[in-house]
Design a protein around this ligand. Sequence first.
Ligand code: BG6
Length: 494
Amino acid sequence: IKPPASILFIFGGSGDLNQRKLTPALYNLFIDNWMPEKFAVIGLGRTAYSDDKFRTHLLEGIQEFSRRKGEEKAWGDFSQHVQYLQMDAGDPEAYHTMTEVVKQYEAEWGVHATVIFYLAVAPQLVPDIATKLGGLKWCKDTQTVRIVVEKPFGHDLKSARELNNLLNNIFTEDQIYRIDHYLGKETVQNILALRFANALFEPIWNRNYIDHIQITAAETVGVEDRGGYYEQSGALRDMVQNHILQLLCMIAMEAPVSFDANEIRNKKTDVLNAIRPISREQVHEYAVRGQYNSGWMKGNKVKAYREEKNVDSKSPVETFAAAKFFIDNWRWQGVPIYVRTGKFMHQKTTIISIEFKQAPHYAFPQEAAETWRPNRLTISIQPEMDIRLRFQAKRPGQSMQLNPVDMIFSYKDAYDGHEPEAYETLLLDVMEGNATQFMRADQVEAGWKVVMPIIEAWEARPPVDFPNYAPDSWGPEDAEALIARDGHNWVSLP
Ligand code: BG6
C-alpha cells in the first residue's frame, strides 16, 4: 500500500543533504512505485532558484550520488512534483506562504494531505524554525503533520534536553521524527530479523555464552570539507552518541513483544539506561581518543586534522574514539562491549562481532590447540553486507588439525544487490507515519547520558599527545591497549 497524499517541505532544500541523499532517495522510491499517488516536494532555501534551475540542480545530484545512476528516465515525471520556494526561514511571514501552498495542493487533490517538514539545516536554526512552525495553527494536527530533525540532536545532554523540551512544547512526540540514518540501513534492520526471527541464537545470546562484543565503524575519509562542523563535534558526538549506541541497542535489546514503535523503542532505551556509568576518574581506563596526523592514505598524501580547513591548529578535537562499556542487567552482566570509530582508518568497514566463549573442555591433542579460536558471529553492516559464523573444523588429513572456517550469508549472493538506501527506507517510514526506526526523546537523552562523562573528562584534560595516529592505520596504540588489557584483539575483516 502506498502512503497517503503527502507534501514534503525541505528546509535547506538547496543544500548538500537534499542534493546527495534526500532527493535521490525520493526519486528511487518513485521509480520503485512507493511514492504516494499524490505528492509534492518543496525545496525551501534562501538561494534564488527557478523551479527549473532547482530541478536541474537536483538531477545533477542524482547523476552524481544516487545508487542508481543512469536510471534518469522517470526524472521528467518525478520532477513535475518538485518545486522551489525561496524563503528566509527567519521571516515569520514566509511561513504563511506554506499555508497557501498546502491549501492549493489539497484543493487540487481533493484530500487532506500529510505534511512533512524536513529540517535539513544547521542545528542552530532548528529551534527558530520549529517555533515559527508552531505559529501555524494547522501544525497542531497530530495525525497528519510531522517534523523530521537531523542530527546532531543537541551538543550535550543539557542542550538535547532543551531541544526536546522546545519541540515537545510545539509538537507531540508522535509528530517528531529524529533521524539516525544508521537505523535505516538494511543490514542494521536485519539484526532484528537475525535475533528475533530465529530460535537458534536467542538461547546463547547472553553472558553465559558470549565473551565480549565489538563494534567498529571505521572510515577511510578524513573530515573532508566539514572541519567547521567537526570542530564542534568530534568522533564521540558524531558517531558514538548516536550511530554506535544505536547498533549496540539492536544487539543487546530484549525481545520485543510486537513491532509497535514504542515497544521497540522501549526495549532499546532499556539498554541505554542499563549501560554502566563511567565515572570521570575512570575515563582513562575506559575510553581512548585520537586525532590523525598527516601522512599517506592509499597512496595519496593527506593533511593532518589540525591542518584541515576551518580547523584550529591546536585543536583538541578527536577524530578517533574507542570505549569499553558494560550493560548492567541480567543478560549482559560482565560482558565487555568494545566500540571504536575513526576517520582515515585503514579500512572502510562497519562490523559488529560477537565473540563466544571457549568450549568448556578441550579434548584435542596439543597441536590442534595452536589454531584454536573461539566461535564468532560477525555482522558486516557496510560496505560488505554479510553475516559470518565462525566455527572450528577439522582440516582434512591424517592428523587432528583444527582450523576456523566461516559460514557466510552474503547479501550479494542471496539477493540481487539492489538494497534500498537508509534514506529511502526512513523517508517512506515518515510518509507512512511509522516511527519505529526513529529516535524518541528519551533515547536521545539516554545516549547523551552514556557519553557525557567521557566528554567532560576529555574537555577537562586537553590531549597532550595529539596528533597520535597515522592515516591508514587503526588509530592510536592506546586503542589496542584498551582491548589487549582484557586479552582480546580488535576484529576486522580479512
Ligand atoms: C554521519 C557523520 O552521521 O555519518 C559523518 O556525521 C560520517 O561524519 C557518516 O561520515 C557515516 O555514515 P555512513 O552511512 O557513510 O557510514
